[in-house]
Design a protein around this ligand. Structure first.
Ligand code: FE2
Length: 410
């Protein structure tokens, strides 16, 4: 598929059919070049961990939910001056999943951002904060990015600790933050000011949830995070992607137009051949094609923009890969993803629609209902016979429509 305004000399193969602006195409190449020349492309590595903040007292339930729905295990908790953190881990090769909550709930920037949307206001501290990237030389990254007008949430300390995480300010396009940590060898570690522990009965609940996952055999089929999908406004789409490519060693894999749903799905992946999605998930950005205010004129649906208007710019879903394969007789077409969904339904997890797609089309995928504790949807995605894509256009149209219906109910 070729798109008229793609410039020649693309360093990475391009997929998709979404047409971008000339500004985008010119600056995409310029950003790759600046990143390479400054050696930032090599300095940035994969994702060390992702961070989600929840409202006070929601952490226990959110952890329980992740223990049954994902491959994560609960490891331990700790505090710093402001937050209590809970570490969930699969292995050192996969991003850790950190959940944080304020120790003494106090309105802050996260609270302020959430006030700006009617659904955000309902859970004022709940927000996907961002990813923390491993870097080879933290000081070099911060110095270079500061030169490039990237703003950070704090000054880089003169002698940062070896686990110091340096966060940008929130992106004005996505409202996500990006953190950097000096690449660690061996086990992932954090700056622990104080140890903190759940009560014994809460720890027993976690063990029970993981046992239930094993009993239901869900653990055998769910793989680590595959992609992280943020929803942005139509006018922010290109800027969100280009800004992210400035902040990471990801490249623009491509974008597909989802005409039926008046949106596009845009994907970025790590440039490093030794870093797969399991080590550092793909980043997905979705946005409307036309703004909501012309919906009454062009008669197009607007589920993606409706989400952003209802919830604010934010992470929409976290997708987990499902091992390829089927259960029972092949002709029954009962795939691993179907099994996972049926098993989760037995413990009252709800989904937005049925499993969408087929192996004939390349992959099957489904959205859960958004988490009551984080607001984030869980996607399960089974690629059949090494299908390379992240979706099919038909699947995304159906998923987007299902999620749009759910937003209306929320
Ligand atoms: Fe997705």
């Amino acid at each position: 598929m070729s798109i008229s305004n793609i410039l020649p000399n693309q360093p990475f193969e391009r997929k998709g059919d979404k047409v971008n602006s000339d500004f985008y195409e010119e600056h995409l190449l310029a950003i790759y070049k600046a990143r390479d020349t400054s050696v930032l492309s090599q300095n940035y590595r994969g994702i060390h961990h992702i961070l989600v903040e929840v409202d006070p007292s929601a952490a226990k339930n959110y952890i329980s939910e992740l223990l049954i729905m994902t491959p994560y295990n609960y490891l331990r908790s700790f505090e710093d001056q402001t937050y209590r953190y809970h570490i969930l881990r699969i292995s050192n090769e996969n991003p850790d999943f950190l959940i944080r909550e304020q120790i003494t709930p106090t309105p802050d920037i996260i609270w302020a951002m959430n006030q700006l949307s009617k659904n955000g206001r309902q859970k004022p501290y709940t927000r996907y904060i961002g990813e923390v990237y491993n870097v080879k030389d933290q000081k070099e990254v911060i110095t270079k990015l500061t030169d490039w007008e990237i703003r950070f949430s704090q000054e880089l300390p003169a002698n940062p600790s070896k686990n110091h995480i340096h966060w940008t300010e929130e992106s004005i396009y996505t409202w996500n933050f990006t953190g950097y940590i000096q690449e660690q060898t061996g086990e992932k570690t954090y700056d622990i000011v104080r140890e903190w522990s759940f009560q014994q009965d809460e720890l027993e609940l976690f063990a029970k949830m993981k046992k239930l996952q094993v009993k239901l055999e869900i653990n055998e089929f769910v793989d680590p995070i595959d992609h992280l999908a943020t929803r942005v406004f139509m006018h922010d789409r290109e800027h969100a992607i280009l800004e992210f490519l400035t902040l990471s060693s990801y490249y623009f894999w491509g974008a597909y137009n989802i005409g039926d749903q008046n949106s596009s799905t845009n994907i970025a992946r790590s440039i490093h051949p030794d870093i797969t999605e399991k080590n550092s998930p793909a980043k997905v950005f979705t946005a409307n094609n036309t703004p909501y205010y012309v919906s009454h004129i062009n008669k197009m649906p607007s589920p993606t923009e409706a989400f952003v208007r209802n919830f604010g710019r934010r992470m929409h879903h976290i997708a987990y890969a499902v091992k390829d394969g089927f259960i029972g007789a092949e002709e029954n077409e009962y795939k691993n993803v179907d099994f996972i969904v049926d098993q989760l339904k037995t413990c009252e997890k709800e989904f937005l629609a049925d499993v969408i797609g087929s192996c004939g089309e390349g992959l099957k995928q489904i959205f859960s209902k958004s988490s009551m504790f984080s607001g984030i949807i869980t996607e399960y995605i089974q690629r059949c016979d090494n299908y390379e894509g992240f979706f099919t256009i038909e699947n995304v149209a159906a998923l987007t429509a299902a999620a749009g219906q759910d937003d209306l109910v929320t």
